[in-house]
Design a protein around this ligand. Structure first.
Ligand code: DC
Length: 232
């Protein structure tokens, strides 16, 4: 199987819908790799912040994304992200990086520049691609596409619990309002908006547990790709 024809399962959806956890579980069951495309945009953001490039410096951001010194390597807890040859660890998940990532992700030339890097992650036996535009733009030929959503109330509640667990100060009402605002920006942006591909199955994880979502997706992959049950 060549790289270009290895099967891809795309899992798109808004933040907090559970894409990361679902992707990891499904990939593990199938023995496939995961592409966390959010980490790619976060890496551009982190590299920009490290180099003192501001969100307004469009040309510099575009150039940076064309020449991004980014690598993904299998690590102890999944995939390690290396920027400039150094593992970035939790530096990708800070608030300044999140804010910058959403700004760089809105620049069409940045998105274009990152296409090859993302498509290069397609390898046998298969790839689970997690993001916003995996099924619509990056892997439009993927044989199985999922759009994972959950109500904004539920997503804000999950995020609230995560932050509380980390001991970070957080106000639920504010989190809810920010999430609504980000959702609107993501859905309505002109380039690669967060919408389901026309051939995606839409799964609402508001009332479904993680196990049920994973089982539903694995069953769909197995059926579509004619994989033996024991592999899933
Ligand atoms: O999923 P995440 O929070 O790690 O994504 C970080 C940012 O990148 C977020 O603003 C959405 C954006 N993103 C995107 O525009 N397209 C993708 N395929 C993945 C993420």
């Amino acid at each position: 199987m060549s790289e270009d024809t290895a099967p891809v399962l795309t899992i798109d959806g808004p933040s907090g819908a559970g894409k990361g956890a679902v992707s990891a579980r499904v990939a593990d069951a199938l023995g496939w790799r995961v592409l966390d495309s959010g980490a790619v945009y976060r890496a551009v953001a982190l590299a920009a912040l490290d180099r003192d490039i501001a969100a307004e410096q469009r040309e510099a951001l575009i150039e940076l994304s064309r020449d991004l010194p980014l690598e993904f390597r299998p690590g102890r807890d999944g995939i390690d992200v290396l920027l400039d040859g150094e593992p970035v660890g939790d530096r990708l998940r800070t608030e300044p990086v999140s804010v910058m990532a959403s700004k760089v992700a809105a620049i069409p030339e940045v998105r274009e520049a990152l296409l090859d890097l993302q498509r290069g992650c397609r390898r046998a036996p298969g790839l689970v691609a997690d993001g916003r535009d995996m099924g619509t733009v990056v892997f439009p030929d993927a044989p199985v596409k999922v759009f994972l959503e959950a109500s904004v109330e539920e997503r804000a509640r999950r995020r609230y619990n995560q932050l509380k667990e980390k001991g970070e100060p957080v106000i639920l009402a504010r989190l809810f309002r920010d999430m609504q605002e980000r959702d609107r920006r993501d859905r309505e942006r002109s380039v690669a908006p967060t919408v389901p591909a026309s051939d995606a199955i839409v799964i609402d994880s508001t009332v479904m547990g993680l196990d049920e979502v994973v089982a539903t997706i694995l069953e769909r992959v197995r059926r579509c790709l004619d994989l033996p049950p024991e592999r899933t």
